[in-house]
Design a binder for this molecule. Structure first.
Ligand code: 6PG
Length: 262
């Protein structure tokens, strides 16, 4: 495992492959959960969509981590979701429903209950109203910072090929420092799936106690080099907002292959 400090005082951790990434992410989540429960009696994880979380949830459920995880004190939120019903396979809840809320193939009970997963309200007809309601739920349930932004114990983010994170795409008003905490997002035309989204703005990143950006695979190499080594602004590359001293960028070798200083 390679470790070094990168832009913004963030830590970079490079592991061999996607499987090591899932295990290392699970270890980070369990450690954050243990700390949060010891200090505040509850753990609020803000998870991500995309392709990486399913393997992380499976790792958390494995014997190596499941007994250490304070499941009963844990609440899972999502940084963003597609504005589709929960039953739609494009919902970011699909992986949580399948891996954390379902009984295991070996017959073991689900480690969490539906009430412990805070879902964006995709039945509300207006996306901005749905997003505002979610932000209000988060600010009521969590501590907030001096600007009223909820403080998650740990925020996981995936990195899009265009440099987005959450559903904050390049050029989005949600990149602004005074953006609303959450908003509806029109369906992107340049990134699949072409579905409207609900998303927190970038403001939750700096407010969080810890941030874990995750990326695996060679297809992410170029955009990661632009984000980590380049000088483009956050408005162009929203994931740059996660170059924070509280962040650990967890990449596999392939995703890190275009970075300088390796
Ligand atoms: C979403 C995500 C999004 C995702 C990135 C990376 O709902 O689409 O939250 O921000 O994390 O697009 O996705 P992958 O991990 O699939 O590359």
């Amino acid at each position: 495992m390679t470790l070094r400090t990168i832009a913004g005082g963030a830590e970079l951790r490079v592991v061999a492959d996607a499987s090591a990434l899932a295990t290392t992410a699970a270890e980070t989540i369990v450690a954050a959960a243990e700390r949060a429960v010891a200090e505040r009696g509850a753990f609020h994880l803000c998870s991500t969509g995309g392709s990486t979380p399913a393997a992380i949830y499976a790792a958390l459920r494995s014997t190596a981590f499941a007994s250490r995880m304070p499941w009963r004190q844990t609440t899972i939120w999502l940084g963003d979701d597609r504005f589709v019903p929960r039953s739609d396979p494009h919902s970011n809840l699909a992986a949580i429903d399948a891996v954390l809320l379902a009984p295991h193939a070996d017959g073991s009970a689900a480690p969490m209950s539906t009430a412990q997963v805070e879902a964006w309200s995709t039945e509300t007809p207006n996306a901005d109203d749905a997003a505002r309601a979610y932000a209000a739920r988060a600010t009521a349930a969590l501590s907030i910072n001096e600007s009223g932004v909820p403080i998650f114990d740990l925020v996981l983010i995936g990195i899009g090929g265009d440099g987005h994170c959450l559903s904050v795409f390049p050029g989005s008003p949600l990149t602004a420092p005074d953006a609303p905490i959450a908003a509806g997002v029109a369906a992107p035309t340049h990134i699949e799936p072409h579905l409207p989204r609900l998303s927190f703005s970038l403001r939750i990143l700096a407010a969080a106690r810890a941030v874990l950006p995750l990326a695996a695979g060679a297809a992410k190499g170029e955009v990661l080099a632009r984000i980590i080594d380049g000088s483009e602004p956050i408005a162009t590359l929203p994931a740059k907002a996660a170059l924070l001293p509280t962040a650990t960028w967890l990449l596999d070798e392939a995703a890190a292959s275009k970075l300088t200083g390796r």
